[in-house]
Design a protein around this ligand. Structure first.
Ligand SMILES: [Zn+2]
Length: 400
C-alpha cells in the first residue's frame, strides 16, 4: 500500500449537527459517526484497534472481578470501619488508595475513579476493566494491535499531542508541529466533552469552544496543505459520540427504597446512563426487574441486543441485568459521583437522537454512517500499513 501523511484530529463528544458551528470543518466532506453503547472508555479502544467491544472487551471502568482478589479487596476487609457507608468517606478512601497503591500496578487513561455509591462490602467483587494506557504495547492483548503500536512497529515518524497528562485534552495545550517529516500527526482534544457536560454543546459556551476548535483545525490543515499540497495528505477529524442535553434525573436508590428494596444490599453498578445488577437469586432478579419496569425510559439489554450492539455477552462486564436509559435521562447518585450538576450526557444507545459523533475528511467518504472501527481501518489504510488480526477487523476503509 502507498504511504501518505495523515493528519488526525480527535475531539471528544462533538455532535454531528455541531458542524453548523464549524465553518471550515463543514466545508470538507462529512458523515455522522455511529457510536457504541458505552462511554468513552468503550469508544476509544474501538477506534484505536478497529474491533468492537465484543472483541476488545473494554466495557466500563469497573467490572465484576474474575479473580478472588480484586484491586479493592484490601479495603473491603474493613466494611464496618465505615458503618454508614458514607459516600464521602468512601470517595476519600478509594481516591487515596488508588493514588498511592493502585497507580503502581497500572495506569489506564480512565484512571481509577472514586467509589461513592457501592458499599465497601462489595469492593472485593470489582476489578478495573482497563489496565494499560491506549498507546502501551499490547494494550488489549497480543492479538489486537492499536494504531499507536502499529505506527511505532513500522517506524513511522509520528507526533501525538495532548493524549497524556498534564493538560490532557485542553485545546490550548496542544503542541503542534511542522508537518514536514511526519508520517502521522495526532492531536487529541478532550475539552469539547467537558465543555458540553458543563454547559451543553449548543450553549453559548459550547458554540464558542467549537468555533475555536474550528480555527485550530483550519490552521493545522493549512500547514499540511502547504507542506504536502492539496492532495498530498489525508485528513481525518472525528469524535467518538455525541452529547444529549439532560431533561430528567432519576434517583435509583430512592426508587428502590420506595418499593421496599435497599439497593445497597446487592452488588450493582450504576452510572449516568446505565445500571448493571448481579442478583443473588431468582427472587432478587425478579424484584429488580419489577422496579426497573417502573422506569419507562429504561431498557433491558436482551440476548439479541448484545449481538446487534457488538457487546460481549459476558455478565462479568455487563451484569446479569444490564439497562440503559433513553437519551436525555440520567441516573444521579452514580458509582463515581452525584451527577446532579451535569447538563449534558452521552453513553446512550447508538441510535439515540443527538448521540451520533462526526467524521470529516478531505477525501470522499463512501458510507452514509461511519463506525468507530472504520476510523482505525481508514487511518492505517491511508498510512499504508498492512495489518490484520486473527480476531478479524470490524471496520472498513471508507475513504477514496
Ligand atoms: Zn464525557
Amino acid at each position: 500500500m502507498k504511504k501518505k501523511p495523515v493528519l488526525s484530529i480527535f475531539a471528544d463528544g462533538v455532535r454531528f449537527d455541531s458542524l453548523q458551528y464549524m465553518p471550515f470543518v463543514n466545508s470538507l466532506n462529512s458523515a455522522p459517526l455511529e457510536t457504541v453503547l458505552g462511554y468513552s472508555i468503550s469508544c476509544h479502544p474501538s477506534m484505536y484497534t478497529g474491533v468492537y467491544p465484543d472483541k476488545h472487551k473494554i466495557a466500563f471502568h469497573w467490572v465484576k472481578s474474575k479473580k478472588k482478589n480484586g484491586p479493592y479487596t484490601f479495603l473491603s476487609h474493613f466494611p464496618d470501619f465505615f458503618p454508614f457507608s458514607n459516600p464521602y468517606i468512601q470517595a476519600l478512601a478509594s481516591h487515596f488508595y488508588a493514588k498511592i497503591f493502585l497507580k503502581k500496578k497500572a495506569s489506564p487513561f480512565m484512571g481509577y475513579g472514586k467509589l461513592l455509591n457501592l458499599p465497601m462490602k462489595f469492593w472485593n467483587q470489582i476489578d478495573i476493566n482497563e489496565f494499560k494506557y491506549w498507546d502501551d504495547d499490547n494494550y488489549i492483548n497480543e492479538d489486537i494491535k492499536t494504531i499507536f503500536e502499529l505506527v511505532r512497529k513500522n517506524n513511522y515518524k509520528h507526533h501525538i499531542s495532548n493524549m497524556h497528562k498534564p493538560n490532557l485534552g485542553n485545546l490550548k495545550a496542544v503542541k503542534t508541529v511542522d508537518p514536514h517529516m511526519y508520517d502521522w500527526v495526532y492531536y487529541f482534544i478532550g475539552e469539547s466533552d467537558s465543555v458540553s457536560h458543563e454547559f451543553t454543546q449548543h450553549s453559548n459556551e459550547g458554540i464558542s469552544f467549537l468555533k475555536k476548535l474550528d480555527k485550530f483545525i483550519e490552521t493545522e490543515y493549512k500547514r499540511f496543505e502547504e507542506a504536502y499540497g492539496i492532495d498530498g495528505f489525508d485528513f481525518i477529524f472525528w469524535s467518538d459520540h455525541g452529547h444529549i442535553s439532560i431533561d430528567k434525573q432519576i434517583d435509583l436508590y430512592n426508587l428502590f427504597k420506595e418499593n421496599g428494596i435497599n439497593l445497597k444490599n446487592g452488588f450493582h453498578l450504576v452510572d449516568s446512563t446505565t445500571a448493571r445488577f448481579w442478583p443473588k437469586n431468582e427472587t432478587q432478579r425478579n424484584e429488580i426487574m419489577k422496579v426497573m419496569e417502573k422506569i419507562p425510559e429504561a431498557t433491558l439489554v436482551k440476548d439479541e441486543d448484545y449481538l446487534n450492539l457488538h457487546l460481549a455477552k459476558d455478565s462479568d462486564l455487563y451484569g446479569e441485568l444490564f439497562y440503559y436509559l433513553k437519551g436525555g435521562v440520567i441516573f444521579i447518585y452514580t458509582i463515581h459521583g452525584f451527577g446532579k450538576e451535569t447538563k449534558s450526557m452521552h453513553g446512550y444507545h447508538p441510535d439515540a437522537k443527538g448521540n451520533d459523533g462526526l467524521f470529516v475528511s478531505n477525501k470522499t467518504i463512501n458510507t452514509s454512517r461511519v463506525t468507530l472501527p472504520d476510523v482505525f481501518v481508514s487511518t492505517i489504510n491511508s498510512l499504508g500499513i498492512d495489518y490484520n488480526t486473527k480476531v478479524g477487523l470490524d471496520g472498513e476503509n471508507i475513504l477514496s
